[in-house]
Design a protein around this ligand. Structure first.
Ligand code: ADP
Ligand code: MG
Length: 1118
C-alpha cells in the first residue's frame, strides 16, 4: 500500500467508464487517519477513503513537472501523455515533442511565440536543442533539405479547428523568413493564402475559419536555399456548402466579404443587396462571424489578388459569377402537374434576368434546362419535365458547378504566378518542402459521401504515418537483425484495403455503380452488403430499411447515409445545363469550365473534360466520365507517391475544447484525438525503437569528423568497425545504439548528441578556417591600409614641409626685404649725410667764395665808393674852389670897378652868392639829365627780361659771383646755368649817388608775399603752414615733379618737426600683410621700398635743386 503525504502527485482512477476515459492526475492536499483529500487536474476535490486507496497510484516524477519530449515520460500511457499536455497547456506551452513528431495544442489565443526573434532563435537549431516549437520543425525541414538535398514534407493533421491551417501558415512564414531574400515571389506565396481562404474557407460550428478543401503546398528552393516558387494542389472542395449550410454555419467567406466590402456603385451594377436577402447565405441562419471582419477581408483579398496578378477585369468577372450564384439561389419553383407528371415552373423574379444577364445566357434556355431533365434512353437523350425538387437540384448543380470550377480556376491562376519554376523549366529539378494541410477525420451525426472521401484521405495519411513510424521500422529491425521488442500498433491497412485498394473495394463499388445508368443508392448499398458484410471493417445496415452503413476507421466507426452517394459521385451537370453554359456569351464562364478540367488534379480531369464535351456533342455515346471518387482516389495516390518520395515530418494538431476557448482542456476530446492519432503507440515505438538510422557509409560520411583524420580513409569492409568506433567514442560503449547488417541504429537523443558533437567539431574547424582566412584577409587589408597610410603620410608630410618652407621663404624674403631696406636706408642716410656734408661744404665754399667775392666786391665798391666820394668831394671842392676863385675874381673885379666904395663890397658879396647858387642849379640840372638818360636806356633793356632774368640782370653788376662756375652745372642745377650776359662797363664815378636810392625803391616791389600771391597755386599764401600740402605751391607739368615737391614739403615739415617721422617699411607692409599672400607681399614691400627710395632720392635731388635755387635767390635778394 502506498503511503501518501501532502504535496504528493498521484493518478486517480476515474469513475466514468466511457470509451475515452483515463486516470486523472491529482495532488494530495490533506492526509488524515487513512483518508486523503485530493485536488485533481480539473480542480475538483475529493476525499479518498482507505478502502478506495487502490484507485490511487503514485505519479512518476517526469509526469509531475512535465517533459518537452514525451519519450522521456515515465508513465507511458494515455493518462501520462494527457497530463503532460495539460500541465504544459495551462502554462501556455502548446508544443510538445514525441520524438520528432510535434504535438500542437490549439491555444485559441494569440501567443508571443511567432516573432522575428523567435524565428532567429530557432534558425539553424536541431530538434531538441530548444523547447519544442513549430519553427524547430520548419527549420529542420529546411536544414535537411539543404543538407541531404532531399525533398521534405510536413504532414499537418488533426480535427477541424485543431490548428492545421494556422500551423501551415506559420511554417510558410518561417520558411519565407529563413530563405531570407524578401523576394516578390515569397510575398506572392504568402498572399496566396488569403485568396484561398476567402474562396475555400467558411465558418463552421467547429472552426470560424474552417478550410473546406484540402491543400498541399510545395515550396521550391534553389540550390542556395532561396524560395524560387511554389505550387498549390487542392483537394475536394466542399461545393455543397455554396447551396446549403448547417445551422450556425456560413457559406464561403467571399460572399459575405463581397457584400460588405464592395462599394455601392459596384453592388448596383451587380444588383446586389445585403447577405440577408440571399437564400444561399442564410441557410445556416448566420451571416456574420465573430472575429472575422468581412470588410477588411474583402480589401485584403483584393490586394492579394493584385499581388497575384489577377487583372481588374478578371476580378470583376469573378464578382459577376459570385453575384450570379446569389441571384440563382433566389430563384423559386412552383410544383405543378402536367399530363399526370410532376413538373414545375419557375416563379417570376427579377433575379432570373439579373442572373442571366450576368452569366450572359439565354433566360429561356436556362429556365428550360432547370425545369426539364435529360435522360438517356437507349443511347438517346430524352427531355422530361422535372419536379420542383429536381429543378432546384439542377439549379444547385449549376451553382455548385460554377463555384467549383471558379475555385479550380483561381488555384490554377495562382499556380501560374507562383509556380514559375516547374512551368518554365520542366526538366529542372528543384528541392521542395511540401506542407499538407488536409481535412481531419470527420464523424458527424449524419455523414455523407464527402465524409467518406475525407475519411478515406485520412486513412491514407494514417497508413503513411503508420508505415513510416511503425511498419517500416519494425521490418527494418528484423532485416537488420536488431534485437527488438515487437510493439502492437493499430495498422489501418485493412481498412484502407476495404475502402479502396482491393478490387471490389467500397470506393470501386461506388464508382462502378455510378457508371450504371440504372444504378441507385439502394443497389449500391446492396452491393456493398454483398461484398463486405463479412468484413471486419464494413458494418452493414441494421435492417433492410436502413440506408446507413458503417465503416470502422482507424479513428473509430463512422456511419454513412447512402442516400445521394451516386449522384454526388457522378458529379455531373445535366447535358441541358452544360448546353446553357456552352452557349453563354460570358467568356470567363466558358473559360473556367474549360480550363478547370485541366487543373491540379491532372489527367483524369482532362479526360473528364473530353468525355464531357463528347457527351454534349453526342450524348448517346457510351463513354463514361471519371467519377468524383475516382478522381479523388487518383489525386490521393499521386499525393502519396509524392509524400513517400520525401523525408516526412509530422505535426499532430489537437483541439483542446469544442468552444474555441483558451485554457479550457477537455480531457475526453483530447484523449479521443490522441488515440486516433496513434500517439501512445508512436511514443512507445519511438521510446523503444531506434528512429534514426544510417547506412555505414552515410554514417561515416556524416560523422567521420568526430574522429581523428587518420580514420577518414576507411575501406568499405571496415566501415561498420569505424561506425562502431565513432558511436563508442561519442555515445559510449553502454549507449543505446545498435549495429545492424548494413546500418547503424540510434536513439534520437544519441543522434542529437552526435549532431552536436559534429557541429562542435565542424564549428571549431570552421572557426579555424575563418581565423586563418580572417587573419589572411586582415593582414592583407592591414598591409594595404599601411601602404595607403604611408602614402598619405608622405603626402601629408610633403605638404607640411612645403607649407613650412613657404612660410620660411616668406620670412627670409621679408628678412631680405628688411635687410635690403635697411641697407638702402643706410645707403640713403649715408648718401644724405654725404650730400648734406657736400651741400654744407658746397654752401660753405659758395658762401665763403661769395663772402670773399662780396668782400672783394665790397672792398672794390668801398674803394670805388671812397674813390668816387673822394673824387666827388675833390671835384666838388675843386669846383667850389674854382667857383670861389671865379667868384672872388669877379668880386675883386667888381670891387675894383666900384672902387673902393664901402658899399661895393656887400654888393660884390651878394653877386657872388647868386653866382654860386646858379652854378649849383646847373650842376643839379646836368645830373638829373644824365640820370634820366641812363634810366631810359635801362628800361629799354629790361623790357624783354623775365622775372629771374630781371633779377639776374638787376644783379648782373655782380659777375664775379658766378665767375668761378664755368662749364655745365651739376644735375639739378641746370636752371642756374643761364647765359652770362656781358655787362656794359661803366664807371661808378659816372653814376650819381641818387640813382642808387632810386633802384632800391624799385626792387622793393619784388617781395616774397607778392611773389607768393602771384605764383602760388590755390589758396596757398606766403605764410608758413604746419601741415602737408594738398597740391604743390607752384604749378608743375610733370607728375613726378608734383610728387617730388609734395615730398619735399613733407621733408621740410618733418625737418621742422611738424610732421612725424615716416614709419619703416616693415611697419607699413604689416598693414597689408593680412590681406595679401606672403610672396606677393614681399614683392610689394620690396618694390615699394625701391620705389620710395627712388622717389626719396628724386625728391632729395629736386629739393636740393630747389634749395639751391632758393638759396641763390635769397642770396640775390636778401
Ligand atoms: N498557433 C495558434 N495560435 C493562435 N491561434 C490559433 C493557433 N492555431 C489555431 N488557432 C486558432 O484556431 C482557429 C482554427 O485553426 P485552423 O488552423 O483554421 O484549424 P484547422 O485548419 O485545423 O481547421 C484559428 O482560426 C485560430 O483562431
Ligand atoms: Mg484549416
Amino acid at each position: 500500500m502506498v503511503i501518501l503525504t501532502e504535496g504528493d502527485h498521484v493518478w486517480l482512477e476515474t469513475n466514468t467508464s466511457g470509451e475515452f476515459s483515463a486516470p486523472i492526475g491529482a495532488v494530495v492536499k490533506q492526509s488524515s487517519s487513512g483518508r486523503i483529500l485530493l485536488l485533481d487536474d480539473e480542480g475538483k476535490e475529493q476525499w479518498i477513503s482507505a478502502s478506495n486507496i487502490n484507485s490511487v497510484r503514485p505519479m512518476h516524477p517526469t509526469s509531475v513537472k512535465g517533459v518537452d519530449d514525451m519519450i522521456l515520460i515515465g508513465d507511458l500511457n494515455e493518462a501520462g501523455i494527457l497530463h503532460n499536455l495539460l500541465i504544459r497547456y495551462r502554462e501556455n506551452v502548446i508544443y510538445t515533442y514525441s520524438g520528432s513528431i510535434l504535438v500542437a495544442l490549439n491555444p485559441y489565443q494569440l501567443l508571443p511565440f511567432y516573432t522575428t526573434e523567435q524565428i532567429n532563435l530557432y534558425t539553424n537549431r536541431r530538434i531538441g536543442e530548444l523547447p519544442p516549437h513549430i519553427f524547430a520543425i520548419a527549420d529542420n525541414c529546411y536544414f535537411n533539405l539543404r543538407k541531404n538535398r532531399k525533398d521534405q514534407c510536413c504532414i499537418i493533421s488533426g480535427e477541424s479547428g485543431a490548428g492545421k491551417t494556422e500551423s501551415t501558415k506559420l511554417m510558410l512564414q518561417f520558411l519565407a523568413a529563413v530563405s531570407g531574400q524578401r523576394l516578390w515571389i515569397e510575398q506572392q506565396i504568402l498572399e496566396a493564402t488569403p485568396i484561398l481562404e476567402a474562396f475555400g474557407n467558411a465558418k463552421t460550428v467547429k472552426n470560424d475559419n474552417s478550410s473546406r478543401f484540402g491543400k498541399y503546398i510545395e515550396i521550391y528552393f534553389s540550390e542556395d536555399g532561396i524560395i524560387v516558387g511554389a505550387k498549390v494542389e487542392q483537394y475536394l472542395l466542399e461545393k455543397s456548402r455554396v447551396c446549403l449550410q448547417a445551422l450556425d454555419e456560413r457559406n464561403y467567406h467571399i460572399f459575405y466579404s463581397m457584400l460588405m466590402g464592395m462599394n455601392t456603385e459596384q453592388k448596383k451594377l451587380l444588383s446586389l443587396g445585403t447577405a440577408h436577402e440571399y437564400v444561399y447565405l442564410t441557410k445556416g441562419n448566420c451571416t456574420s462571424c465573430d472575429g472575422h471582419d468581412d470588410v477588411k477581408h474583402y480589401a485584403d483579398n483584393y490586394s492579394a489578388m493584385k499581388i497575384l496578378m489577377f487583372s481588374d477585369s478578371e476580378q470583376w468577372e469573378i464578382n459577376k459569377l459570385l453575384a450570379a450564384i446569389l441571384h440563382l439561389g433566389n430563384l423559386h419553383f412552383q410544383a405543378t402537374v402536367y399530363n399526370n407528371l410532376d413538373c414545375c415552373e419557375l416563379l417570376e423574379s427579377s433575379h432570373l434576368s439579373v442572373a442571366t444577364k450576368l452569366l450572359e445566357v439565354n433566360s429561356l434556355e436556362l429556365e428550360d434546362a432547370m425545369t426539364h431533365r435529360s435522360i438517356l434512353i437507349r443511347g438517346e437523350c430524352v427531355s422530361t419535365p422535372a419536379s420542383k425538387a429536381q429543378a432546384a437540384g439542377s439549379r444547385d448543380a449549376l451553382v455548385k458547378g460554377i463555384y467549383d470550377h471558379l475555385f479550380v480556376w483561381i488555384v490554377n491562376k495562382i499556380n501560374t504566378v507562383i509556380n514559375t519554376v516547374t512551368v518554365n523549366n520542366p526538366g529542372k529539378a528543384c528541392s521542395s518542402i511540401g506542407l499538407l494541410d488536409i481535412f481531419g477525420f470527420e464523424n458527424f451525426n449524419s455523414n455523407s459521401f464527402e465524409q467518406l472521401c475525407i475519411n478515406f484521405a485520412n486513412e491514407h495519411l494514417q497508413q503513411f504515418f503508420v508505415s513510416c513510424i511503425f511498419k517500416q521500422e519494425q521490418e527494418e529491425y528484423i532485416q537488420e537483425t536488431i534485437e527488438w521488442q515487437h510493439i502492437e500498433f493499430t495498422d489501418n491497412q485493412k481498412a484502407l484495403d476495404t475502402l479502396a485498394v482491393k478490387p471490389m473495394s467500397i470506393i470501386s463499388l461506388i464508382d462502378e455503380e455510378s457508371k450504371f445508368p440504372k444504378g441507385t443508392d439502394t443497389t449500391l448499398l446492396n452491393k456493398l452488403n454483398n461484398h463486405h458484410s463479412k468484413s471486419m471493417i464494413y458494418i452493414p445496415p441494421m435492417s433492410s430499411h436502413d440506408t446507413t452503413f458503417g465503416i470502422t476507421h482507424f479513428a473509430g466507426v463512422v456511419y454513412y447515409e447512402s442516400k445521394g452517394f451516386l449522384e454526388k459521385n457522378r458529379d455531373q451537370l445535366s447535358s441541358s445545363i452544360m448546353q446553357v453554359v456552352q452557349s453563354s456569351k460570358n467568356k470567363f464562364l466558358k473559360q473556367i469550365f474549360h480550363t478547370s478540367f485541366g487543373s491540379a488534379s491532372g489527367k483524369p480531369q482532362n479526360q473528364r473534360q473530353i468525355c464531357l464535351e463528347g457527351s454534349i456533342k453526342a450524348s448517346g455515346s457510351n463513354r463514361q466520365l471519371p467519377t468524383l471518387s475516382r478522381q479523388f482516389k487518383q489525386s490521393l495516390d499521386n499525393l502519396m507517391k509524392i509524400l513517400k518520395a520525401c523525408q516526412p515530418f509530422f505535426i499532430r494538431c489537437i483541439k483542446p475544447n469544442e468552444f474555441k476557448k483558451p485554457l479550457l482542456f477537455d480531457r475526453e476530446l483530447c484523449i479521443k484525438q490522441l488515440r486516433y492519432s496513434g500517439m501512445r503507440e508512436t511514443i512507445r515505438i519511438r521510446k523503444s525503437g531506434y528512429p534514426i538510422r544510417f547506412t555505414f557509409q552515410d554514417f561515416m560520411q556524416q560523422y567521420k569528423f568526430v574522429m581523428r583524420s587518420a580514420l577518414w580513409q576507411v575501406k568499405e569492409e571496415n566501415a561498420h568497425l569505424c561506425c562502431k568506433q565513432i558511436a563508442e567514442s561519442v555515445i559510449g560503449t553502454n549507449g543505446d545504439w545498435k549495429i545492424g547488417r548494413t546500418k547503424i541504429f540510434l536513439k534520437e537523443k544519441d543522434h542529437l548528441s552526435l549532431e552536436l558533437e559534429r557541429d562542435r567539431i565542424l564549428t571549431a574547424k570552421a572557426l579555424m578556417i575563418q581565423k586563418v582566412m580572417h587573419g589572411f584577409k586582415d593582414r592583407w587589408n592591414f598591409l594595404r591600409q599601411k601602404g595607403a597610410a604611408c602614402i598619405i603620410q608622405s603626402h601629408w608630410r610633403g605638404s607640411q614641409c612645403r607649407k613650412k618652407c613657404q612660410v620660411m621663404r616668406q620670412g627670409f624674403q621679408r628678412l631680405q626685404a628688411l635687410f635690403h631696406s635697411r641697407k638702402i636706408v643706410k645707403e640713403y642716410e649715408e648718401t644724405r649725410r654725404r650730400m648734406t656734408l657736400f651741400q654744407a661744404q658746397c654752401r660753405g665754399y659758395l658762401v665763403r667764395q661769395n663772402q670773399s667775392k662780396r668782400l672783394e666786391a665790397l672792398t672794390t665798391i668801398q674803394a670805388y665808393a671812397r674813390g668816387m666820394l673822394i673824387r666827388k668831394s675833390y671835384r666838388r671842392k675843386k669846383r667850389d674852389i674854382q667857383r670861389c676863385v671865379g667868384a672872388q675874381k669877379l668880386r675883386f673885379a667888381d670891387q675894383q670897378h666900384l672902387g673902393g666904395l664901402t658899399q661895393a663890397k656887400p654888393e660884390a658879396e651878394e653877386e657872388k652868392s647868386e653866382r654860386l647858387t646858379r652854378f649849383a642849379k646847373l650842376d643839379m640840372e646836368n645830373e638829373r639829365r644824365q640820370r634820366e638818360e641812363y634810366l631810359k636806356k635801362q628800361k629799354a633793356k629790361t623790357e624783354i627780361l623775365n622775372d629771374i632774368n630781371m633779377v639776374d640782370n638787376i644783379f648782373a653788376f655782380l659777375p664775379a659771383v658766378l665767375a668761378g662756375q664755368e662749364g655745365p652745372g651739376p644735375q639739378g642745377f641746370e636752371d642756374l646755368e643761364v647765359k652770362q650776359e656781358k655787362l656794359d662797363e661803366f664807371d661808378l664815378d659816372d653814376m650819381s649817388l641818387s640813382s642808387e636810392s632810386d633802384e632800391e625803391d624799385d626792387l622793393a616791389q619784388y617781395t616774397f608775399p607778392k611773389y607768393a600771391a602771384t605764383y602760388f597755386q590755390g589758396s596757398s599764401t606766403h605764410t608758413h603752414i604746419q601741415r602737408a600740402l594738398r597740391r604743390p605751391l607752384l604749378f608743375h607739368e610733370d607728375e613726378v615733379d608734383v610728387l617730388a615737391s609734395m615730398a619735399v614739403w613733407n621733408i621740410i615739415l618733418r625737418f621742422m618737426g611738424d610732421l612725424p617721422e615716416p614709419r619703416t617699411f616693415a611697419q607699413t607692409s604689416e598693414k597689408h600683410s593680412n590681406s595679401l599672400g606672403k610672396m606677393s607681399k614681399v614683392h610689394l614691400v620690396t618694390n615699394q621700398a625701391v620705389d620710395e627710395v627712388q622717389l626719396t632720392l628724386k625728391c632729395l635731388h629736386t629739393a636740393a635743386c630747389i634749395v639751391q635755387s632758393l638759396y641763390v635767390r635769397n642770396m640775390l635778394n636778401p
